[in-house]
Design a protein around this ligand. Sequence first.
Ligand SMILES: [Mn+2]
Length: 240
Amino acid sequence: MNDNPFSNNVSERKRIRLLHTSDLHVGTDIYPDEAIQGFEAMLGLSRSAGPDAVLIAGDLFDHHRVPDRTIDHVLTGLADLGLPVVILPGNHDTVLKDIIDASDLPANISLITRPEGESITLDQLGLTVWGRPVFDHVPSFRPLEGMPSQPSDSWFVAMAHGLFMEEVDPIRSSPITPDDVAGATCDYLALGHVHVFRDVSRNGVPAYYSGAPSGNQARTVAIVDLDPASGVSVTPLQVP
Ligand SMILES: [Mn+2]
């Protein structure tokens, strides 16, 4: 609680809506046409569902052999949304980590690049987005490690690409534990890596996998409403 009557930090927050997606795997050899259709469907939902920003929580691309024309197609589609787009590289995103130059991206696209984690501030929305890219998909990599404390004057959303496990399996990579989620300082934790919509919230920290918009399981994105009065609510949207 902030009892200072001259501080309006928290009250400056406004109601915003995010579209949270992950695991599009554009360029996959297993379901190439469907992956690009899933991407296009996500763009369509980003137009129809009225989000203020789009968050991509890893594995936008599948591998480093994705053709340049496909990369251009994806970046043009995201640019044409005309909304802020924040992208966290996942374990498959060698295109984002090794090929794309973050400084050459369209102005509305922010790519998180710093291995130790990085915050993107969207002043117009009163939103800060933090994430730590997956450079080494190994058991010792902890996707939530280094999350900074909550900025006092904005919504704070963290993105993480990894595997939520009730108990850590020492051979599984990029683990996320219940304690990691419970101790997170963010208003919402946007997860990727698991391809199914899933609520893994702990200790009042809303934490969800969005599900993937393509592939052989239920195809979804997540709509996340952040409301200063009613809090955070998350709704899966079926991908047509
Ligand atoms: Mn992944």
